[in-house]
Design a protein around this ligand. Structure first.
Ligand code: 9WN
Length: 442
């Protein structure tokens, strides 16, 4: 499937290298984010990846989403990692034995984690469906059948998050582990994490695998990892039950990015319900999207910074950190004009730049290397571009698109990028960077 016109040398090169990454990272029935660092299937990665596969291999896009949802729990949660039984416990930490999750769904050999990631899959499924007609009649038929299969599962995912995980009681999902945000060591969690015990002796029992395959200065610290491990042990202790969780678990936070994606998912579900003929259900999804948008505005907006901030469920306080997650509600079409203007002003300010950084460039602890504490990530910029388009900012959306394409063309399909030099950081041949490059070129 060649790149649609107009084709320049640069765009053809990028298109081919991106398609090549997705070829290399295909593992038979799912895509890995990267061969060395992340050798299993990740939840929100699968959504970004499907958006790119929609152009070059829609059958694999559907297969990848199916593999993920075949591991869905009976309570509706979609695990953040589905483990590949062909890998060993030593290939990734924390592996399946550490999580100790009983095998659910129709893929009993595949263990999973007990936490979730942002529910972007309805958005992805709708994108793959929209592009199916370009691949012919058989692909359109397949797309409809796949939507039929996915729809009730996507709804169950939303219900789990909006019902079991509304720990703050205000209509938003609370994450109970930083990994659930997908923005692992973001400064957005610093305040809430300060109240999580950091037992460094845990790291003598459990060894970090990430440090064997990547640079320590680019990764979360040992103190972060001690807390990450402690939080898993705490959630695991009651078999990942959400009942009474706030009282017995040290970390519960309402993230603006996670909840913006939750709201965007309801709008894609409305589209999907529409094509499947569930007209009344479509209206319900639109109403839920509006309710989520209102709750984000009333609970997470800070008029002083003109941005959204993560809210700690235990203390009720908003974090002062200005992070990329605080811009993400721009994805929501019903966001009131005042909030749209605020987020746009923050994006245009020297705090974020183009493409936007993961954290405020002017903050004293801005870190050009360390993961979600400064570097540029393509996936969140891709979501922000959608937000610009939703609000009719076509020129700015185009500037952001061009900046992302330039960055990836010059530096490669890396996991993240140095905000000043553009150097590729983290894993090379990273699936979502490649997948989203395809969408940015198409
Ligand atoms: C933990 C796979 C995942 C992404 C996350 C990213 C990173 C894992 C890790 O990699 O997290 O889930 O080991 O650091 O932060 O967004 O889904 O690509």
């Amino acid at each position: 499937h060649p790149l649609p016109a107009p084709v320049t040398e640069m765009s053809a090169e990028l298109w081919n290298s991106a398609a090549g990454v997705l070829e290399t990272n295909w593992a038979g029935d799912h895509m890995v984010p990267s061969r060395r660092l992340y050798p299993h299937q990740w939840s929100w990665d699968a959504a970004f990846i499907a958006v790119g596969l929609a152009y070059v291999n829609p059958t694999r896009a559907w297969r990848d989403l199916r593999s993920l949802f075949e591991a869905q729990w009976p309570d509706g949660r979609v695990p953040h990692i589905v483990f590949d039984p062909a890998m060993s416990e030593a290939d990734y930490f924390p592996g399946p034995a550490f999580w100790g999750v009983p095998a659910y769904g129709s893929r009993p050999a595949h263990g999973s984690t007990g936490i979730v990631q942002p529910p972007l899959h309805a958005v992805a499924a709708w994108e793959v469906y929209r592009r199916a007609a370009a691949h012919g009649a058989a692909a359109s038929q397949q797309a409809r059948a796949e939507l039929e299969w996915l729809y009730p599962r996507l709804v169950a995912q939303q219900e789990y998050l909006t019902d079991r995980r509304d720990l703050g009681g205000g209509g938003l999902t609370a994450i109970v582990h930083p990994w659930e945000s997908g923005l692992d060591n973001s400064p957005a969690w610093d305040d809430a994490m300060a109240n999580v015990p950091a037992d460094l002796s845990l790291l003598t029992v459990y060894r970090r695998r990430d440090l064997a395959v990547s640079d320590a200065s680019h990764r979360p610290t040992d103190t972060d990892y001690a807390r990450y491990v402690g939080l898993v042990l705490s959630y695991r202790a009651a078999d990942y039950s959400d009942t009474g969780l706030t009282e017995r678990h040290a970390f519960a936070v309402e993230c603006p990015s996670f909840n913006a994606i939750l709201g965007a998912a309801e709008l894609s579900l409305a589209q999907i319900a529409g094509v499947l003929g569930h007209t009344a259900a479509a209206g319900g999804h639109r109403e839920r999207a509006q309710r989520i948008t209102s709750a984000i505005v009333s609970r997470l907006w800070n008029p002083d910074t003109g941005m959204f901030h993560a809210r700690d469920v235990h203390t009720g306080k908003l974090t002062p950190a200005r992070c990329v997650s605080g811009l993400m509600p721009l994805m929501l079409p019903d966001l009131p004009a005042g909030q749209v203007e605020g987020v746009l002003a923050a994006m245009r300010s020297e705090r974020f730049g183009l493409p936007v950084t993961s954290y405020d460039r002017t903050a004293a602890d801005f870190d050009t290397l360390r993961y979600w504490r400064g570097p540029v990530w393509i996936n969140v910029n891709w979501l922000l571009r959608r937000g610009l388009l939703v609000h009719g900012r076509r020129d700015e959306a185009e500037d952001l698109r061009a900046a992302m394409v330039r960055l990836v063309h010059r530096n490669g399909h890396f996991e993240y990028f140095h905000p000043e030099t553009g150097e590729g950081l983290g894993a090379p041949s990273f699936s979502w960077t490649a997948a989203l490059a395809l969408d940015l070129l198409a």
